[in-house]
Design a protein around this ligand. Structure first.
Ligand code: NAP
Length: 488
């Protein structure tokens, strides 16, 4: 596995939840150095969790009013003397100002909660720097991935994981125990060398979303340019008509469904390619190329972006009649009909096309919403594997088929109308059909019994050209065993 979210799993190291060696902690005194936002939220949470809290400030008189009455606010040295576990809620730049406390800190556990402003900002992590300033203390890195807000609102409303690392197992266990009593899930990230990785986590900006977002933007740009040429530039050049007003709504609204539809097909295309690779090589044990691996890992984000574009398309479409340009066009049409003395303008085929087109579109959006909702971790965790696979795989594919119907009813017979080919460019929807139809066709081919059986066998571990041990039930109900070539 390479790159992406999975390369750095939050739970990649052992979760410390339910560690039987952990002893009860509530009731012990915890020290907090600093009286800022984080220190205040931490003190509130510790007090609520049953700890005694002593806060060390450079100016306790001024800061005492900011803390709950149950927390004692005193001078730094005084606070440090009263406890063995001290959270250092001070920025790295000010660590050196704490050096006067070195004597009273000897043998104590210091919890470094600090974050940086840039990834890999300093040569050594903040926790390692703190440990170098206080060699007689045991430093534990932790709690930096939770915000002051999460601490105050309680673990239920925010990120529940607290990543912890230290060179001392015992100190780590003590902090894990405190985290657990506070309602968090401590995750052991190993020794102090992991501190840099833990410090980088809050600074990463949507690492799993970069590729899908660039993909969506790329598709948007391509389709937008294509639609702009067809809807604005073509009428300007050919008929000297100024249709620039179409850009903010009409061009965007014809672009969004294209992006959404193609993105949805790109969720299922890597699965098709993976199946082709497995069928071709006759094994599931061969590693997929890196690009396919990455693609498979980003399917959730691609699907969510597809839903996002579809939702925007629905809102834009609902707003179409609100536009002044639309009202002018309606009035113009009505006047034209009066002038031409046309009484009946009902076109049965157009009416049916529109009814089916809208209905199918609503169903497709509904299914996409379902897919998006079930991909949320809290919902996904409540589904078993079969339910999840049914929604994401089967219903997802149904959504793709219904989206294809939506696109086809939109196009209807216009693909065969030569007036629709502006500058010889075919209507946009015909282009969007290419990838989804390939995926649908491939899926249908995979359903053919001869291919489906082979694929199923491969996915259960069968390999082409490998001799495998087989066990067959005999007529008497006993089992006969032997060896055979699996590709026979
Ligand atoms: P803050 O509001 O600016 O508080 C920092 C505190 O440090 C001050 O209130 C001050 O308390 C104390 N301090 C000690 N020596 C100092 C000195 N020489 N100069 C200035 N201040 C000194 O910052 P914060 O938001 O609470 O953040 C504190 C630490 O928590 C940082 O390392 C930050 O990266 C980390 N953190 C914060 C959050 C968050 O959501 N805010 C989340 C994760 C991690 P006294 O004046 O009472 O001494």
């Amino acid at each position: 596995m390479s790159g992406g979210d999975m390369a750095k799993p939050l739970l990649g190291h052992g979760s410390m939840e339910g560690d039987s060696s952990i002893t009860p902690a509530a009731g012990r005194t915890i020290g907090v150095l600093g009286s800022g936002d984080f220190a205040r939220s931490l003190a509130i949470r510790l007090v609520c969790s049953g700890f005694k809290v002593v806060v060390g400030s450079r100016n306790p008189k001024r800061k005492a009013g900011l803390f709950p009455s149950a927390a004692e606010v005193t001078f730094q040295a005084e606070a440090v003397k009263r406890t063995d576990v001290i959270f250092v809620a001070v920025f790295r730049e000010h660590y050196s100002t704490l050096c006067d406390l070195a004597d009273v800190l000897v043998g104590k556990i210091l919890v470094d909660v600090s974050n940086n402003t840039e990834i890999n900002h300093h040569k050594e992590s903040n926790a390692e720097y703190l440990a170098s300033l206080f060699p007689a203390c045991t430093v534990v890195k932790g709690f930096n991935v939770v915000s002051a807000w999460t601490l105050q609102s309680g673990a239920r409303d925010g990120n529940k994981q607290v990543l912890i690392c230290s060179n001392s197992q015992e100190a780590k266990r003590t902090i894990a125990e405190i985290a657990q009593v506070m309602g968090f899930t401590p995750v052991d990230m190993g020794c102090m060398a992991s501190a840099r990785e833990i410090e980088n986590i809050p600074l990463r900006l949507l690492p799993a979303w970069k590729i899908p977002i660039f993909l969506a933007l790329g598709l948007f740009l391509c389709f937008f340019t294509y639609n702009l040429i067809r809807q604005v530039i073509h009428p300007y050049i050919r008929e000297q008509k100024n249709k620039l007003y179409k850009i903010p709504i009409e061009v965007v609204n014809t672009t969004l469904p294209c992006v959404s539809y193609v993105m949805l097909s790109l969720v299922y295309l890597p699965g098709v390619l993976a199946a082709c690779s497995q069928l071709y090589y006759g094994t599931k044990y061969r590693r997929f190329p890196d690009w396919l691996d990455q693609w498979l890992q980003h399917r959730k984000q691609i699907g969510l972006l597809s839903f996002f574009c579809a939702a925007l398309h629905a809102v834009y479409s609902l707003c179409l009649p609100m536009r002044r340009s639309h009202r002018y066009q309606l009035i113009e049409m009505a006047v034209k009909q009066v002038v031409e003395k046309k009484m009946n303008i009902w076109v049965e085929e157009e009416v049916w096309r529109m009814e089916i087109y809208i209905s199918v579109g609503i169903i497709a959006l509904g299914l996409l919403s379902l897919l998006a909702i079930t991909s949320l971790p809290s919902i996904a965790n409540s589904l078993n594997w079969r339910e999840f696979s049914f929604v994401q795989s089967t219903l997802g594919f149904v959504a793709l088929v219904i989206s294809t119907l939506h696109t086809l009813t939109y196009g209807w017979s216009r693909a065969f109308d030569e007036n629709q080919y502006k500058f010889y460019l075919p209507p946009t929807y015909t282009l969007t059909l290419l990838v989804p139809c390939t995926v649908i066709l491939a899926k249908i081919i995979f359903c053919l019994p001869c291919i489906q059986q082979r694929l199923l066998r491969i996915r259960r571990g069968w390999e082409k050209g490998r001799y495998v041990k087989f066990v067959l039930p005999s007529a008497t109900g006993e089992y006969a065993s032997g060896e055979t070539s699996s590709n026979v």
